[in-house]
Design a protein around this ligand. Structure first.
Ligand code: HEC
Ligand code: HEC
Length: 189
């Protein structure tokens, strides 16, 4: 290798090592809310560790470019470059998805099972652990968080770009929403 090329190669290697460290530091700022390894302690805060890379990237970019509403995350991602968002998505997608199965009532489970069998299973899997490629895992995701999200898809005044989720949640009755959220929230690995 010529001396010049060598210097460039070394400089490049140092640069990417530093970028990797920066992402570790940046990712640690997420722990306060989403938990260590992206495993949330609940209840309106979602777990994010192990979700598919494309899903993580997609929602963060939609917040950054004002294509998706949020109470908190839109402000947090505004300061990040697209490269940082990609790196954060890669970082969290490499973690393990750890469902936190929550206790619920037999009545909600029974109702939830029939609602989700009819309306949700095709895309999320029977337990919420086998999602379509543009969807996240929802088995053991926090039920309260999911109830809030499902209401956002149903709300005309709230910007949610995914047309099929809007359509699917809007055809449900009000009482079906917590039942579906509790059913998926109670599922384990
Ligand atoms: C101050 C608390 C807070 C911090 C810090 C925070 N988040 Fe969030 N995050 C939230 C809340 C609240 C939501 C639910 C959406 C909303 O209301 O903004 C959320 C939702 C998300 C989601 C969507 C999860 C899903 O299943 O759809 C992703 C992805 C995410 N955050 C990534 C991150 C990353 C990456 C960081 C660190 C750079 C981070 N968050 C830092 C509060 C936080
Ligand atoms: C046509 C496929 C499809 C169907 C049917 C469907 N979903 Fe989804 N779901 C998705 C996709 C794709 C996403 C991610 C959407 C986005 O980016 O906003 C999603 C997102 C979600 C989320 C948000 C997860 C998070 O981490 O923020 C929940 C909760 C959810 N779905 C529950 C349900 C329930 C309950 C039903 C049945 C009533 C259902 N879905 C039906 C494809 C589907």
């Amino acid at each position: 290798m010529r001396k010049g090329a060598m210097a460039v190669a070394l400089f490049w290697a140092a640069g990417s090592a530093m970028a990797a460290m920066d992402i570790e530091v940046l990712a640690r700022t997420c722990n306060n809310c989403h938990g260590v390894g992206g495993i949330s302690a609940g209840t309106s805060m979602p777990s994010i560790g192990g979700l598919p890379r494309d899903y993580l990237k997609n929602v963060m970019k939609q917040w950054k470019y004002d294509e998706r509403g949020a109470a908190t995350m839109n402000r947090i991602v505004k300061g990040f470059s697209d490269d940082e968002i990609d790196a954060l998505a890669t970082h969290f997608s490499k973690k393990r998805w750890v469902p936190v199965p929550q206790k619920t009532t037999a009545a909600l489970m029974k109702k939830g099972k029939s609602v989700t069998f009819e309306n949700c299973e095709d895309c999320h899997g029977a337990k919420g652990d086998d999602p379509d490629e543009d969807a996240p895992m929802i088995n053991g995701q926090w039920a309260k968080y999911m109830t809030l999200e499902l209401e956002k898809y149903r709300d005309d005044g709230f910007k949610m770009p995914h047309r099929k989720m809007k359509k699917n949640t809007r055809k449900l009755k009000q009482a079906d929403i917590p039942a579906a959220a509790h059913f998926f929230g109670a599922q384990g690995q």
